[in-house]
Design a protein around this ligand. Structure first.
Ligand SMILES: C[S@@+](CC[C@H](N)C(=O)[O-])C[C@H]1O[C@@H](n2cnc3c(N)ncnc32)[C@H](O)[C@@H]1O
Length: 217
């Protein structure tokens, strides 16, 4: 079997990630720095800057105006979507932890993009069911054991040509070897089903912890 080129030249080493972060430079928005400082001090697992840039770029490429998030935390990933959906766009998100939503309100108060972001309390699928209309993109960044059910709900509400983005599908590399860990097994099953799903085109960006990009056919 031929050795894939990226196995010879790994693309997400710490040095390369640091290099890309330096190229991207600092954001001029203090809110992003505040959210990152909060993540650093609490250990909260945001999607990270490199994956966040992909969220915004994919939204622009897809011409996304309406985004839904399953697992919003205090709005870190929503910040990137909010940049990209434009003034008429909206980001509806969900989180089942009220403390995270309170933190969102505290951090985002008075921010110019706050009017584009509507984070609601509840399990992602229940909040999604309470909305109407189709979405251009859905981000799944929630409980790994629920990825399959979340994906079905997301695909159902996506317009044709829209994207479901799923974070953590490489799970720190643990998906590459047999495991007894239930979370690793859930992600492995999810990935296998995702790549066999004929309703979508799919690829995985090896950015952050692995971002699956599924386009509804
Ligand atoms: C990995 S964090 C990511 C948050 C966010 N996307 C970011 O980039 O900061 C996952 C969040 O999803 C929430 N969560 C987990 N399962 C959920 C579910 N089924 N519905 C709604 N929220 C969920 C957790 O409370 C947590 O805040």
């Amino acid at each position: 079997m031929a050795i894939p080129s990226n196995a010879l030249h790994p693309t997400n080493t710490p040095a390369i990630e640091a290099y890309l972060a330096e190229l991207a430079g600092e954001s001029t928005d203090p809110l992003l720095a505040r959210m990152e400082a909060h993540a650093a001090s609490t250990g909260f697992p945001t999607i990270g800057r490199a994956s966040g840039r992909w969220l915004a770029q994919l939204t622009r490429i897809a011409g996304g105006r309406r985004v839904f998030e399953i697992g919003s935390g205090y709005g870190y990933s929503a910040w990137f979507f909010a940049q990209a959906v434009g003034p008429e766009g909206e980001v509806i998100g969900s989180d089942d932890n009220p403390a995270h939503l309170q933190r969102h309100r505290d951090l985002w108060e008075g921010h110019p993009l706050a009017s584009r972001v509507d984070l609601r309390l509840g399990r992602g699928r229940a909040v999604l069911a309470s909305t109407s209309g189709a979405f251009d993109l859905v981000l799944i960044d929630s409980t790994k054991a629920e990825y399959e059910a979340d994906f079905e709900a997301a695909l159902d509400r996506l317009r044709p040509g829209g994207l479901v983005l799923v974070d953590n599908v490489l799970w720190g590399g643990r998906v590459t070897v047999p495991s007894a860990d239930p979370t690793t097994i859930a992600i492995q099953h999810f990935n296998t089903r995702l790549f066999a799903d004929t309703r979508i085109d799919v690829c995985v960006l090896p950015v952050g912890d692995g971002l699956a990009v599924a386009r509804k056919i």
